[in-house]
Ligand binder design. Sequence first.
Ligand code: PEP
Ligand code: MG
Length: 558
Amino acid sequence: MITIVPGYGIGKTYVVDSLETTPSLKIIHDPKKELHILDQALKTFRAELESMLHDPSTHDVLAFQYAMAMDEEFIQSIQSYIIDRQMNASYALRVALDYYVSVLSTSSNAYMLDRIDDFESFYERMSYVIQGIPFIDMRHIKEDIIVVLKTLNLHIMNQLNALHVKGIITSSKSITSHAAIIAKQKGIPSLFGVDNLDQFQHGDLMILDADEKRIYVQPNTKMLASYAESIDKDLLQPSQFTQWQTQPAQTMDGISIPIEANMSSIQDLEAIISSGAEGIGLIRTELLFIDKLLPPSFEDQLKMYERIVKHYKHHPITFRLFDLGGEKVVPFIRLKKEENPLLGLRGIRLFQKYQQLFYNQIKALLMSAVHGHIRLLIPMVTTKKEIIEVMTYIKQIKQSCIDKNIAIGDIHIGVMIEVPSLALSAHLIAPIVDFFSIGTNDLVQYTMATDRSVLLDNDIADPYHPSIISLIHHVSESAHKHHIPVSVCGDVASQEDYATLLVALGISSLSMVPSKILSMKQHISSMHSGHLKSLKTELLHIEDHHELKAILKKTPSF
Ligand code: PEP
Ligand code: MG
């Protein structure tokens, strides 16, 4: 078991079942109930489509899906599978669709063959609705619960509200998966790598002690009272770091190392505002729209970005362009299945295919920049050519806004350094961008050839490995030579020892979960540039990551 977020919580067990993308047949005895599920799902689906149909970027795909959701013959065929064959709604939908797909696939007409994709797209979105994902609206749960997640669905993770969700338990073992990142972002005590989740019964009272890696089902009153007392005590304890709320992070000798916040949901905004953050170093924009079954329109995006910028005025805000693909499966874009999604169409590699989506995003960001200081961050870049393509596109959008008298603001454009090829060519990239942001989660994954969504031997996927240190060092040197800032927004930036290492290597700012910001500011204040300099020389000569960790452990204060 792995503690992802320490702490403890008490609540009723809330089991969230897995989303089935291949439905299983269940013989049903209550067709009315299944017909109702189908009816509700179609209504939700249509309502969602209606709000999107006016957007020219998605109109064609949506118009076809909307027609399917309205087609009486098609709906009747699903209903008859439910009534006559006693099938559950999701299975009946699949069978009805398979029939249409088999007819289409015999066609020699390219247009008709293309519609197969639309059918599949329709199916995938409807299966989310039918399986109740939009209906499991966990944001409105009003009692304290401990969530048992049988599947790490980002959509559900994003809905969890720390006010009532007192703990998360799952079998996943990945510490840098996006589900783990969201759990940390929300600060909900979380225990990963828990086997045999079927042992937990919905509704049972439970204590989760993530510190001690213990779970107590139906605890006795003595144990409950003792944990309740500890929780109250922790809540009452004043933070020892409150003095850092308004002070900037600086080393002892006055070098500023701004500590910024990572954000993945609009609900994070309040926590960020009160976290003492000196800006937002990373917004994972793909997660802002995870509730959507369809691509967010230009209007949706403008509304969201303006809201953030207006609420967090006077601070720099880094919006990362949609970073889709890999393990980030979101309902609003259906990507083709790949053998190795982490090595396939991911991040900015989707730019050509979904240009309209990026067009809407870039235009909305340029317009929101009128209200504040926006940085635009390009994810998963591998080559310089990709950067030039996006920059040229941004220029064209700017020009077309100017031509149409649309007010836009200035934005800085930077790149995520998370693929080794880009880290190694940082000296060639630095002259053409405004800033670098190093994503250690992916940089470690791609350098050490380890899948971040699966826990491998931690000795391999280790951010302290000399290869990672050397890549970060090269990126940092290249940034300094060309006078651009370089930040680290990967998960490990929030660990104090690692932060020491990063600052010693010349990293100019760090971005992390809001809950770690105040203590990190205090940690930065214990550093001194003279010591950091000698530490850097030492770090760059160490060949063994265990030795490196030991040295950093020995450097609690400077
Ligand atoms: C990273 O890769 O370190 C990063 C910050 O991006 P993400 O975790 O969203 O891939
Ligand atoms: Mg990344």
